[in-house]
Design a protein around this ligand. Structure first.
Ligand SMILES: Cc1ncc(COP(=O)(O)O)c(C=O)c1O
Length: 367
């Protein structure tokens, strides 16, 4: 039986990649901020409409360094969402900080900015919010809260490559924003990521933390790590930058097709982007309501039996993880929306090459 995957990686033409490899071999510069790495940073700044950007070998390393660079007091609290990938709260814990989970909004499934204030204590140092599936958080309310209580704001935009609010790049909000360029993301460098920020002051700190805390050949300033992206992956990224817009257009058509046909099915809710937001077309989530014929888990099993690889992103919630389940903020009654949505959400296969035949097979399961 044929398998329909949840996504397919965006791949440049093999011949183009081979030509890039020839160049890298000729240069003998394989890593450590080579020409392709630097060019990728330049181009990404334009594409994402941000003033400052540094690339990394993955999004998780980038997030670890984002938190480290802000010099948050050890053991202070960072308010975050439980409806995300493990890397979000883990980056807080790895920095010796304590995650505090805040519930999410029904439609965007991002952190509920109205519930943040009640979680702020004397120990709170930052908010780490996630633009889940490319839905932007309520950046206005979050900024207001951060100003009022003097908190840093970090955004996890792993799903939000080229998302814009009123034409403004999503990476310009908050103190620092992280992007993931993992193979499953719309734009990928196989593994990779980036940090974007507005303050030039962060440039030196982030650059040094990415390279073992080194400032130059003889000066080491801080406890950094190895976050460098190599030349092969930078080249792969440069080529994918030329084709990702086409992939986005194909996904936009697929989204229209899904929207039109799913809206006829009772009990399936399609979360919608606000009108002033440019979609990143990273995922296609649906929410299974009580009046659908079967529940989410039964639907998931039905898909899987037919080799259609839908995903329960994000189930379990991070507040259910063994390492976090006993936190006060993880208590079930504190996270009613998260605990409802995590049992209802399902991401459907979503990539430009998904064929009409494949979509027919998907709808056979849904109706
Ligand atoms: C919301 C979110 N944050 C962080 C990450 C981590 O990114 P990476 O896989 O590039 O380390 C992911 C990865 O999929 C993610 O979905």
């Amino acid at each position: 039986m044929k398998t329909i995957f949840i996504t397919q990686p965006l791949l440049p033409k093999k011949e183009d990649m081979f030509a890039q490899i020839e160049e890298i071999f000729a240069s003998k510069h394989l890593t450590n901020m080579g020409a392709k790495h630097n060019l990728l940073e330049q181009k990404l700044k334009e594409v994402l409409k941000v003033p400052h950007l540094q690339v990394f070998n993955n999004g998780t390393t980038a997030l670890l360094i984002a938190l480290k660079s802000l010099k948050l007091p050890f053991h202070s609290e960072v308010i975050t969402t439980p409806f995300t990938f493990a890397a979000t709260p883990y980056s807080i814990s790895w920095n010796g900080l304590n995650p505090v989970f805040c519930d999410i909004e029904q439609n965007t499934m991002t952190i509920d900015a109205d519930k943040i204030e009640s979680l702020i204590t004397k120990k709170t140092s930052a908010i780490l919010a996630v633009h889940v599936y490319g839905f932007p958080c309520n950046v206005v309310k979050i900024e207001k809260m951060a100003k009022k209580y003097d908190l840093k704001v970090i955004y996890d935009a792993a799903h939000a490559f080229t998302t814009e609010i009123d034409g403004k790049g999503i990476g310009t909000f908050g103190d620092i924003t992280m992007f993931s360029f993992h193979a499953t993301k719309l734009f990928n460098t196989i593994e990779g990521g980036a940090l974007t920020f507005n303050s030039k002051l962060l440039e030196r700190e982030i650059c040094s933390l990415r390279n073992f805390g080194r400032i130059d050949e003889s000066a080491v300033e801080d406890i950094g790590l190895n976050g460098k992206l190599n030349e092969f992956q930078a080249a792969f990224g440069l080529l994918n930058l030329e084709i990702f817009e086409k992939e986005k257009q194909k996904r936009a058509k697929l989204k229209d097709f899904y929207d039109k046909n799913l809206s006829k099915i009772k009990g399936i809710r399609i979360p919608q982007m606000p009108g002033n937001v440019t979609n990143s077309y990273q995922c296609y989530p649906i929410v299974i309501e009580d009046d659908y014929a079967i529940n989410r888990d039964e639907l998931y099993e039905k898909f899987r039996k037919n080799n259609i690889m839908v995903r329960k992103y994000f189930y379990p919630a991070c507040s259910d993880y063994e390492c976090y389940k006993d936190l006060a903020s993880s208590k079930h009654e504190n996270l009613p929306v998260t605990n409802d949505i995590k049992n209802r959400v399902l991401c459907l296969p979503f990539y430009g090459e998904l064929s009409l035949e494949d979509t027919k097979d998907i709808f056979k399961i849904l109706v």
